[in-house]
Design a protein around this ligand. Structure first.
Ligand code: UD1
Length: 421
């Protein structure tokens, strides 16, 4: 069993380079199925969800070559749509992009229900509604979603009842080669949606409006391969920003798009942290005293739900009482139980965590209950007195490229240890 062991107390200092964005890399890898010829994808993060997605694609006939550390050639010419039911499909959230990609290219798909982090129920009704609007007949049983069309998808207007990142991506994938013009209304505006649209446009798609809540897609007959570099991961960047602030350190975070970090930067400045924006880097300096704040997570450009647990970890040692309201998921508070084991004073009331700052956290044995919850334990461990042991670290590795190595280079006392069962 692998665990991360952190001994807290050292302020982080130095510079860290952010990897490509996991949540952009994943749809772009599945979009290669739609493209159906050789693509070269650069700045691909070396994280577990990406490796599992590459395995799924390879099992289904994609030819994949890693031509440099972060660069892959992916050729889906001989991709076999078959039934996607491997255990990997069931463990990943992003495997649901097979639905849009296969439907868009082959006019049919049969895919097992996706997995992913457990934040309560994570319905896909909006994806299905969108596929049906584009002419698919969709049936589901307890294991599979099956979609068929007579001869491919047909463009139409798709209105989402709720803002959904995955739904927006899936409908873009299904509509790129549909007959006619599709308009997606109430679309998600996340930077990774823009990245996917830019990648597909580099392959011959005609998508406009990505980054706004109305996306227009003119159906094209075919796509061609291209070379494309994935944008930096704003959540990984935000995580190092929160860690620098919590330890009272000073860290230069390289390879970022400061615009994507505005909501995070604004909140850190609110709590007495200095953030200096450069062209493609930010320098975060913790001044020691963290003050309290209120946060409500929302879809982009609001404060990202994927930064909620990391901000909670920071606010456990703030002066005063902070309130974090979760505005995207029904429940994302399982991590609070783990922080309490370290001496945090957090109470959950409905969709809100009330965090009363304490002088110190202390080391403890804690679980990574999901990806971002796990990394919140790392941040808490960096500031706690004594030793923190974090278990189930495979969940952290789903989305963080070499987190232990990057934090060690910033002076953290952290290691990955294999423990006998
Ligand atoms: C993606 C990200 C995840 C992030 C989330 C919100 C990936 C692989 N995952 O997840 O890290 O936390 O965006 O930024 O990119 N909903 C419905 N019906 C649907 C679809 C969604 O009710 O058909 C609800 C969800 O339950 C949730 C909200 O809409 O409450 C947002 O979900 P969505 O944006 O779809 O998240 P994911 O794409 O699953």
């Amino acid at each position: 069993m692998e665990k991360i062991v952190v001994r807290g107390g050292a302020p982080l200092s130095g510079s860290v380079t952010v990897s490509g964005m996991k949540n952009a890399a994943l749809p772009i890898l599945y979009a290669c199925v739609l493209v159906g010829s050789k693509c070269t994808i650069e700045n691909v993060p070396d994280v577990r969800d990406v490796r599992m997605s590459l395995d799924i694609l390879a099992e289904m006939g994609a030819e994949i070559n890693r031509i440099a550390d972060e660069t892959y050639e992916i050729d889906c010419t001989n991709f076999n749509p078959g039934i996607s039911c491997s255990e990997k499909v069931k463990k990943l959230r992003a495997s649901y992009y097979l639905m849009g990609a296969e439907l868009g290219r082959f006019g049919k798909a049969k895919v097992a229900f996706p997995g992913g982090c457990n934040f309560g129920t994570r319905p896909i009704d909006q994806h299905i509604k969108g596929f049906e609007t584009l002419g698919a007949t969709v049936t589901t049983d307890c294991e599979f979603i099956t979609m068929t069309t007579e001869s491919g998808t047909v463009a139409d207007d798709v209105y989402f009842d709720t803002i959904t990142v995955g739904g927006t991506i899936n409908i873009i994938l299904a509509a790129v080669m549909a007959k006619g013009n599709t308009i997606i209304e109430n679309a998600a505006r996340e930077p990774h949606i823009v990245d996917l649209a830019n990648f597909l446009n580099s392959c011959g798609a005609r998508i406009s409006g990505a980054g706004t809540d109305v996306i227009k897609i003119r159906g094209v007959k075919s796509l061609h391969g291209s070379t494309y570099a994935i944008i930096p991961d704003m959540i990984e960047a935000g995580t190092y920003m929160a860690a620098a602030a919590a330890t009272g350190g000073c860290v230069r975070i390289e390879n970022v798009i400061p615009k994507h970090l505005e909501a995070i930067t604004g909140k850190l400045e609110d709590v007495n942290v200095i953030v200096e924006e450069l062209d493609d880097a930010v320098i975060v300096t913790g001044k020691g005293l963290i003050t309290s704040t209120r946060i409500k997570t929302r879809p982009y450009p609001g404060f990202p739900t994927d930064m909620h647990p990391q901000m909670s970890a920071l606010l456990t040692i703030a002066h005063g009482t902070s309130i974090i309201t979760e505005g995207v998921y029904e429940t994302r508070f399982r991590y609070t139980e783990e922080l309490r084991k370290m001496g945090a004073d957090i109470e959950v009331k409905g969709h809100t965590a009330v965090i009363s700052g304490v002088d110190k956290l202390h080391g403890a044995k804690v679980q990574a209950v999901d990806l971002r919850a796990g990394v919140a334990m790392v941040i808490a461990g960096l500031v706690a007195e004594g030793e923190t042991k974090i278990y189930d670290i495979h969940l952290i590795e789903r989305g963080y490229d070499d987190i232990v190595g990057k934090l060690r280079a910033l002076g953290a006392n952290i290691e990955k240890v294999v423990e006998e069962e």
